[in-house]
Design a binder for this molecule. Sequence first.
Ligand code: GLC
Length: 440
Amino acid sequence: MLRRARRVSRREFLKVSGISLAGATLLGVSGCGGGGEEGGGGDGEEIVFSWISDDTGVLPELIDEFNEENESGLRVRFREMPSDTGQHFDQLRTEFQAGQSEIDVIGGDVIWPSQFARSEWIVDLSDRFGDQEEFLEGPMQAMRYEGKVYGVPWYTDSGLLYYRQDLLEEAGFSEPPDTWEELQEMARKVTQDAGIQQGFVFQGGEYEGGVVNGLEYIWNAGGNVLEGDRIVIDSPESVQGLRTERAMIETGTAPEAVISYKEDESHAAFIRGDSVFLRNWPYVYSLLGSEGESNVEPEQVGVAPLPVEAEGNQSYSGLGGWNFFISALSEKQDQAWEFIQFITAPEQQKTNALDGSRLPTRTSLYEDQEILDSVPIARLGKETIIENTRPRPVSPYYSDMSLTMAEQFAASLRGSVSPEEAVSNLQRELENIAERGGEI
Ligand code: GLC
């Protein structure tokens, strides 16, 4: 199938040539990774693969590799989608509802399969996908709908606490915080001692990432959204979770601006060296130390599970991750599968782990010494992180549930509704969605 030559990674290449990743994007070096240039497969067919622009630079590298080295002559053209998951989802939904899309392979969020499968926008992969047992159970479960499998997991995501180990040590703290209260205290001392602007940054915007952050505060205070198929969000624990999130701003631990932050704004503040703590996904680790973009080196940073409300509570992180689906409108489903097999193979997942600091979905890679040595998040990965991840509610109506959670969590964080009102509004609205849909 593929001959894999040793290649300089795109990140290394850009470093060697002195171009920063941000500059490269402006110059158009990235974005359409691999799709734009001629050559490689020659007269082969083309398939269209849609995903977001990859901050880590790994995806263009892998697409180029596929285009240059696959023997069937198939070429993949990359189509860039909005990096905000909700906007990304809306764009796909518009195309599918119109029955028209050029996309063959969809790079899709872990929260989409039930809705996409129920709407028949993606195809059942059960007959093609033979090695399912080699993948982690959490991400695999998210790919199933009514007993069939609709996607192949690429990498899995888990919310993490990044912290400035160097500054914590200088301020006399030898361990990261276990509770949100400790985080606030440490942030107060370290910002003063080190003269750093911000204590903590996270994703507080009114969008999908804000939903995951809000849920993490609720879960880490002992609350939940669903119990079986019952909505249970209106609880004192959920109120406490949202109160703690709001307190981050009230106490000045987080800047007021977090109410509009998504992944990019929050990681930018941290890698610039402007914040002591950051809640984000594993990819941020690979951005540390990149020339022209980061003032913070990986050696200065520690990574830990998210803090909890009270000592002894279990720490939960939101399960995220990206997967490959085949569009039901595609006339090139065999070719789409050929590309999916390539990009989810152990070798490509390993590249994604080493160069993109992303958690593999193939279980065996958690025993790969090279990954364990160079990606600290993978060491943390299997035991502490992956087992602590919790899925967002799995439902064909998730996109509606998400919109209402995004709205209420953001309003509570801004202080325009109280945490009590937010969870009681959510209880009512989520119950309405469940009633309308008949099930959750
Ligand atoms: C990450 C996660 C994804 C989540 C998104 C929210 O990309 O992998 O599951 O929905 O962040 O912003």
